[in-house]
Ligand binder design. Structure first.
Ligand code: AMP
Length: 147
C-alpha cells in the first residue's frame, strides 16, 4: 500500500498558513479544522503554486507556550515553525513512512508529487491504513485455514 492509495481515499487537501500569521491564527485554524498541523506556505508570483517554507504543529504551540510569556497573537509562525521539512513521495510505501515518522519523531508528513504538494499524511492515517490492511489479511487467512 502506498501513500497514493491513502490520499485517493482521504483527498489531497492540505491546510496551510502564511509565515506572517500569528500562533493565535494557528490555534484557531487547528481547532476549526480539528487537525494537528499546518504546512507553512508563502505566496509566489501570480499563477504559481505557493511555496512550502515550513511546518507547524500543536507540539510547536506547546513549546512556544512553555518557553515564553508572550501572548500567542504576538508571536509569528515564522519564529516557531520547523523549516527543514521531512517529506514523502506519492509512491512511498506505508511501512517505510512509519519508519520515517518514528526515526524523525514526527506525526505529520507532507506528500510531494514532482515537487508539488499532493497531500498530507498523519500518523493517524497511517495507523488506520495499516489496521485495514491487517484486518483484510486476517480475514483471508482465517477463511483459508478454516476452509
Ligand atoms: P508532530 O509530532 O508532527 O506534532 O511534530 C513534532 C515536531 O516535529 C514539531 O516541532 C514539528 O514542527 C516537527 N515536524 C512535524 N512534522 C514534520 C515534518 N514533516 N518535517 C519536519 N518537522 C516536522
Amino acid at each position: 500500500m502506498t501513500l497514493n492509495d491513502i490520499l485517493r481515499e482521504k483527498g489531497a487537501a492540505v491546510l496551510t498558513i502564511d509565515p506572517s500569521a500569528t500562533l493565535d491564527d494557528v490555534v484557531q485554524k487547528l481547532v476549526r479544522h480539528n487537525c494537528g498541523s499546518l504546512v507553512v506556505c508563502e505566496p509566489t508570483s501570480e499563477g504559481r503554486a505557493p511555496r512550502m517554507v515550513g511546518i507547524i504543529t500543536e507540539r510547536d504551540i506547546l513549546r512556544a507556550c512553555a518557553a515564553r510569556k508572550t501572548p500567542l497573537d504576538q508571536v509569528l509562525v515564522s519564529q516557531v515553525m520547523t523549516t527543514k521539512v521531512v517529506t514523502a513521495g506519492l509512491g512511498d510505501g506505508v511501512e517505510d513512512v512509519m519508519g520515517l515518522m518514528t526515526v524523525n519523531r514526527i506525526r505529520h508528513l507532507p506528500v510531494l508529487d514532482e515537487g508539488r504538494l499532493a497531500g498530507l499524511i498523519s500518523i493517524g492515517d497511517v495507523v488506520k491504513a495499516q489496521h485495514a490492511q491487517y484486518a483484510l489479511e486476517n480475514h483471508y487467512l482465517k477463511s483459508y485455514i478454516q476452509g
